[in-house]
Design a protein around this ligand. Structure first.
Ligand code: SF4
Ligand code: SF4
Ligand code: F3S
Length: 364
């Protein structure tokens, strides 16, 4: 039987084997692009008995972000999230409810002023004084405005919180607004972890970075951690060789779709969406991300793309040429020599096909 985690507090990470724990810390370091030398520091921070208090507020959301977080394994995020942080308040996960839960939230905020992490999922409706989303009879808009100035850091998890998401899709009847827009007037910075839902590791790695280094990870100009959102999905997509070779699925279920060809013509927004989905599968399961399952990326994590662009519209291709380090295009399954020749010759074919189809032309 494997030993349990032994850190500063032996029982802190209950039910997690040492091997799984070290694998987890290594994966977190890799996710953040940190050297292997950072693993012991991460392990020490994660097993520290000092757990940061977290207040988790929910606005207009579907609970998918929380559900996703609870479904990662080896070790389960469920174990880690409860052992790693002190979750003081979450409407979804609270054991209690009603006035007692609200009183516990107020007490925790008072006791942990300037020390707690505020996590928000869901958009914030601002129309008509924010009456379209209320908690205990109070608009979440007011609760956010009161709570955020007292937090050590604010994290907006999910595309609803980061960009408005599904609630802000046209015609946006409730005035659903991203968290950072609400807090802009107060000058409070917000870390955005967009995605619908986001990969739980992107959220967890951000929290662990804060725990380990006592500061937030480097952010891009949209408030997203650079370690997760600095590259287009299209740059590292497993179907990219087919894009470069001009091999596309034309319809769902056609021969190209079954062969695993590029999904660009089915509306894939990978070429204009910044996220690490193509390199960090969901739920610790290889191949667990939309494009690998045959579903075009709909740009769920990209501002103004997911929930705004029509599903089958063609994406704007930012980098039409393949990355330098990419190997030659692989032949289609069963394509043999003909397919391979097609691939080797085709580095520019995808770009040409895309340029034509973006202008409304026909490339065949
Ligand atoms: Fe649900 Fe997606 Fe919004 Fe998360 S981002 S709350 S999964 S709709
Ligand atoms: Fe992958 Fe989509 Fe890019 Fe095709 S268009 S290579 S499926 S990200
Ligand atoms: Fe979303 Fe596209 Fe990734 S739909 S989960 S950003 S592949």
């Amino acid at each position: 039987m494997e030993s349990k985690v032994v850190g500063n507090n032996e029982d802190l990470l209950s039910g997690v084997t040492r091997r799984d724990f070290m694998k987890f810390c290594t994966a977190v370091a890799a996710t953040m692009g940190l050297p292997i030398a950072a693993v012991p520091q991460i392990a020490e921070a994660v097993t520290s008995p000092k757990r940061p208090p977290v207040i988790w507020l929910s606005g207009q959301e579907c609970t998918g972000c929380v559900e996703s977080l609870l479904r990662t394994g080896h070790p389960s995020i469920e174990t880690l999230i409860f052992d790693l942080i002190s979750l003081e308040y979450s409407e979804t996960l609270n054991a209690g409810s009603g006035h007692q839960a609200e009183a516990a939230r107020a007490k925790s905020i008072e006791e942990n002023k300037g020390k707690f992490i505020l996590v928000v999922d869901g958009a914030i409706p601002v129309k008509d004084g924010g009456i379209y989303c209320q908690i205990a009879g109070k608009p979440v808009l007011d609760i956010l405005n009161e709570t955020a100035p007292l937090a050590a850091a604010v994290i907006a998890i999910g595309s609803c919180a980061a960009w408005g998401g599904v609630a802000a899709a046209s015609p946006n009847p409730t005035g659903a607004t991203p968290v950072h827009e609400v807090l802009k007037a107060k000058g409070i910075p917000v870390v955005n972890i967009p995605g619908c839902p986001p990969n739980p590791y992107n959220f967890l790695s951000t929290v662990i970075h804060f725990l380990t280094f006592n500061k937030l990870p480097a952010l891009d100009d949209k408030g997203r951690p650079k370690f997760a959102y600095s590259r287009l999905i299209h740059e590292n997509c497993e179907r990219r060789p087919h894009f470069d070779a001009g091999r596309f699925a034309e319809e769902f279920g056609d021969e190209g779709h079954r062969q695993g060809f590029c999904l660009y013509k089915l509306g894939c927004k990978g070429p204009e969406t910044y996220n690490n989905c193509s390199t960090l599968p969901f739920n610790d399961t290889p191949g667990c991300w939309p494009v690998a399952t045959g579903s075009p990326c709909f740009g769920c994590s990209e501002e103004h793309v997911g929930f705004h662009s029509p599903l089958f519209s063609k994406a704007k291709v930012v980098f039409p040429t393949p990355p330098a380090q990419q190997p030659d295009a692989v032949p289609p399954k069963g394509g043999g020599a003909k397919g391979f020749a097609y691939g080797v010759a085709g580095a520019a074919i995808g770009a040409a096909a895309v340029a034509l189809s973006q202008r409304g032309g026909k490339e065949d």
